[in-house]
Design a protein around this ligand. Structure first.
Ligand SMILES: *Cc1c(COP(=O)(O)O)cnc(C)c1O
Length: 496
């Protein structure tokens, strides 16, 4: 069965999977969504025996139907290899009453590697399939983790260039160091005097700027996106939910068809949307628990049906979730509107004009599987401290937001369903906040000293991603205003 992709703001547009990946974002600012969610028609007994790579093929081949078996398997092999520090790729760890699905064993130690290690291969394959002659220029806005994972994925990939914009004062010291030391002649990293939303808006504007598009085309370039608005990011993220479920079954933690809950620390709504798609493929997920930090626009949305980004932007210790415009929520809005592109487009117009929209009562009813909550900065720190104190397991700040929300959910509902928490970053990526949460005595230490301390107390080796930036030279120093983003791109491409 062929799956096509339609535009959330224009029902008349339908494209193949490879075209959707290549375009990234649709011309009118809409997102590509599958016209239908394929069924996961493989018994769990069979899934239980599969490697990560085999699971990836089973899931992705059902979505990316215009890729040949050989093409897709090659992409998967190149992505999920020894770049990951464990052959399991995404191991499950039980601690303190929940299963942590560790999505941070890739080259940049955050969950973005799960999709960004395969996206470059999908994109190059898609370009070949569609006879694209231009070089692909990846434009990416990052709240810290996507940028490095995309840079690592695309560095020195022939036929591509990548430009990453990050909020100069909105990422952790380790995150910034990881990005500005990136090697590869085709890479460009730019700090902006602004926040993530401004970076993301700037990128979206460049995508829908016809003049810029023409200028690029004349110079032999075209844009694509490595952000989770690209369906090529989302599909690989469905895989690990299926994999986790199958592992729990294989380990005897659950029986056949037993439901599980998933808790996802959420920013741009990509990761949790992937869990939602997994559920709609038929994976027995009961509740989708959406965890926010103090930028709790999603919690408010789930509790009131009103999405309102008009509020203060708070810098927290979980910077990858400091987001007020969760781009992928549009895909869910489109879904609960009953695949009504016009209704969705109307709400998105309201969002860009007044920063706010309200869904209808009928649409709200379709959100019953979601539960939203948030944690304060103090609660997040307390979760890290107490989980470490009780079990010796150290989690990062983003994962702690999820664990804190899960505690609230259990206290409120008494629901004892086995639960998987998406563990989205290694604590080594956010050592300062993590170590501060555990004990104030670490206050005066430097970032790398802290990593060594963490290694001792958690009894975990310092990841290679940290070791390699200890002495790496800074290669990227450009900083600009949000309005100057197009000029920065043109300067890098030497056009205009
Ligand atoms: C990106 C990121 C998130 C948020 O994921 P979304 O898919 O944007 O909701 C959470 N935690 C970490 C560590 C991240 O890098």
């Amino acid at each position: 069965m062929e799956i096509l992709y339609t535009n959330t703001r224009d029902a008349s547009e339908k494209v193949t999977a490879s075209r959707a990946i290549l375009n990234g974002l649709a011309n009118n600012g809409g997102l590509y969504v599958p016209t239908e969610i394929p069924k996961l028609d493989i018994p769990v007994e069979e899934l239980a025996g599969m490697s990560y790579q085999e699971t990836a093929y089973a899931v992705m081949s059902r979505f990316l139907t215009d890729f040949t078996e050989e093409e897709l398997k090659t992409c998967i092999e190149r992505a999920y290899d020894s770049k990951f520090d464990t052959p399991e790729i995404a191991p499950l760890t039980y601690a303190g009453g929940a299963y942590y699905l560790e999505l941070f064993h890739g080259p940049t130690i955050a969950f973005k590697d799960m999709a960004l290690s395969i996206l470059p291969h999908l994109l190059i394959t898609a370009a070949r399939k569609n006879q694209v002659k231009n070089d692909i220029v990846i434009l990416t806005a990052t709240s810290g983790d996507t940028g490095k994972a995309a840079l690592a994925g695309f560095a020195d990939v022939e036929g591509t260039k990548i430009v990453v914009f990050y909020p100069k004062d909105g990422v952790s010291p380790i995150q910034e160091k990881q990005m500005v030391t990136q090697k590869g002649e085709n890479t460009c990293v730019v700090g902006i005097h602004g926040n993530f939303d401004q970076a993301q808006t700037g990128v979206k504007q460049m995508f829908s700027d016809p003049e810029l598009k023409a200028e690029l085309d004349a110079a032999g370039y075209q844009f694509s996106s490595a952000n989770s608005i690209n369906i090529g990011r989302l599909v690989p993220q469905i895989v690990y939910y299926v994999y986790a479920y199958a592992k729990m079954f294989a380990n005897g933690e659950i029986g056949k068809d037993d439901p599980i809950n998933v808790v996802v620390p959420t920013g741009n709504f990509g990761n949790i949307l992937a869990a939602f798609y997994a559920k709609n493929m038929g994976l027995p997920i009961a509740k989708l628990i959406c965890a926010s930090n103090e930028n709790k626009v999603l919690y408010d949305f789930f509790s009131t049906g009103v999405y309102d980004r008009n509020r203060e932007f708070i810098l927290t210790s979980s910077p990858s979730m400091d987001i007020l415009i969760s781009s992928n929520l549009e895909r869910l809005i489109y879904w609960i509107a009953g695949a009504d592109a016009e209704k969705n487009a109307e709400l998105m117009r309201e969002l860009s004009a007044g920063g706010k929209y309200t869904v209808t009562p009928q649409m709200r009813e379709k959100l019953a599987d979601f539960y939203g909550n948030y944690t304060s900065e103090e609660e997040t720190a307390e979760v890290i401290r107490s989980l470490y104190g009780d079990t010796g397991y150290v989690i990062d700040t983003h994962t702690a937001v999820a664990a804190g929300v899960y505690r609230k959910y259990k206290a409120e509902t008494g629901d004892m369903t086995k639960t998987v928490i998406a563990s989205t970053a290694s604590p080594f990526k956010f050592t300062r906040s993590v170590m501060d949460a555990i004990d104030r005595k670490y206050d005066g230490m430097g970032d790398f000293e802290l990593a060594d301390e963490l290694s001792k107390i958690a009894n975990v080796k310092v990841p290679q991603a940290i070791d390699e930036i200890r002495s790496a030279a800074v290669r990227h120093t450009t900083v600009c205003e949000p309005e100057e983003m197009p000029q920065a791109v043109k300067a890098f491409l030497q056009i205009g």
